[in-house]
Design a protein around this ligand. Structure first.
Ligand code: GAL
Length: 417
């Protein structure tokens, strides 16, 4: 009898310990990483945290670019039930910090020396009023093309070195009866292509003047007309079923040999890797022709919402510390397709595209040709970003010709400020 009571008490104590530990260490994470490649990368993060006894409560909200996730987030915060950690991009982080909704991560940042290793371009979004409010997990960039190598080889197409060669390559693919450009007609995907197209037309100075400074003359310029003309050219190479298609299904078209090219951020590489495709052998990665030497970046960060319980604060700190560790940054980004958010991570574990991504980022950062992605909230606050989305998408779907799109762009950006 005494032995049974003793045993029961021991089991109860163990259970209580596990429960209280789980409660103390759980983080609820809101994110939009639901594609195959994204889920594989997320698994690296979940495992890393599990190994440190940090529990994970999953809150996925599907939808590339994170618009749907941000809508869910607003509803949760309005209901007084903010998740502990939230995947977030650029200016959205600063908006929540303005509203004093985010926790202060200065202690862990100081302990871990983040100031010295996180690129300044990211710190602009991770810090608010001089205080760390989020932990950057990666750096993606959007001005990439992903190509099916077998199709190019079969048709004798070389990797295009400039925009005209790119157009000629797409013409050759179209003529062969295949889809030249795999694309999903969703506003954020149209805008993602626009990032690279703007850089290819006018370089970083034009990009910055138009989409960072929001200079009306540049927004309304002849060069902008040219950017929209290039978007119209791209539109002529997508298949009939592009409307509404998810980005990862467009990647699958290239992976499966149903299409030759996709213009998409390097999260697309996560899909190729998940399908066991090898860069250089099965697929090619190269910058949107004409945008070489420039990088339009976006960084996924985990913003921590203010919590009052010490145990929850501790879990947030532990998660932030785990995210920023150099070994985790390597392991995660190798799978995700992105590159590390710190400058001191070796490139050994990365494939050829990852190595190029790291080198491009370092070079662009040095030469001043690194710009925030328009499409992924690193050039402007959400109101302006959405105004740009509307015009780019309406034009891509034939509602405006390029001249009308340029006029609408000037008006929409002005109205959104
Ligand atoms: C981006 C995000 C990437 C990627 C992509 C598609 O906004 O930064 O991590 O997941 O959306 O979902």
């Amino acid at each position: 009898m005494r032995r049974t009571i003793g045993k029961t008490m021991a089991v109860c104590a163990a259970l209580m310990a596990t429960t209280s530990m789980a409660q103390a260490e759980d983080v609820e994470v809101l994110h939009w990483w639901t594609s195959g490649g994204e889920a594989a990368a997320l698994q690296v993060l979940k495992k890393d945290l599990a190994d440190q006894n940090i529990g994970w409560v999953d809150m996925p909200v599907a939808g590339g670019g994170g618009e749907a996730a941000m809508t869910t987030l607003r509803a949760r915060v309005t209901a007084g039930d903010a998740p502990t950690a939230v995947q977030m991009l650029g200016f959205d982080i600063l908006d929540w910090a303005d509203q004093k909704a985010l926790a202060n991560l200065d202690d862990v940042a100081k302990q871990e020396g983040w100031d010295a290793v996180v690129p300044k371009a990211l710190q602009k979004f991770s810090k608010h009023g001089g205080h760390w409010v989020s932990a950057p997990v990666n750096v993606h960039s959007t001005n990439w093309v992903w190509a099916n190598k077998a199709i190019l080889d079969e048709l004798g197409i070389k990797q295009p070195a400039n925009w005209d060669e790119f157009v000629a390559a797409m013409q050759a693919v179209k003529k062969s009866g295949r889809t030249a450009l795999a694309h999903g007609g969703q506003a954020w995907q149209d805008a993602t292509m626009f990032d690279g197209v703007v850089l290819s037309v006018g370089g970083v100075d034009f990009y910055r003047k138009a989409f960072v400074d929001l200079d009306p003359a540049t927004l309304g310029s002849e060069k902008m007309n040219e950017a929209f003309e290039r978007m119209a050219t791209l539109r002529s190479f997508v298949d009939d079923n592009f409307s509404g298609r998810d980005w990862n299904l467009a990647s699958a078209m290239v992976i499966n040999g149903d299409a030759a090219f996709q213009i998409m951020g390097d999260w697309a590489k996560g899909e190729f890797l998940k399908a066991e495709k090898v860069p250089g052998k099965d697929f090619l990665c190269f910058r949107v022709p004409g945008s070489e030497g420039t990088v339009s970046f976006n960084s996924d960060q985990f913003a921590m919402f203010s919590v009052s319980k010490d145990s929850a604060k501790a879990a947030q700190g532990a998660m932030a510390k785990a995210i920023m560790s150099p070994t985790f940054q390597s392991a995660f980004n190798v799978v995700k397709g992105s590159v590390p958010a710190r400058t001191d991570v070796p490139n050994d574990a990365f494939d050829a595209c990852g190595k190029q991504g790291m080198a491009d980022l370092a070079a662009a950062s040095k030469s001043g040709t690194l710009v925030g992605s328009i499409a992924h909230g690193h050039a402007n606050r959400a109101a302006v970003k959405n105004a740009i989305y509307d015009v780019v998408t309406a034009h891509f779907n034939g509602e405006y010709d390029s001249k009308a799109a340029v006029e609408e762009l000037v008006n929409a950006v002005e109205a959104a400020q």
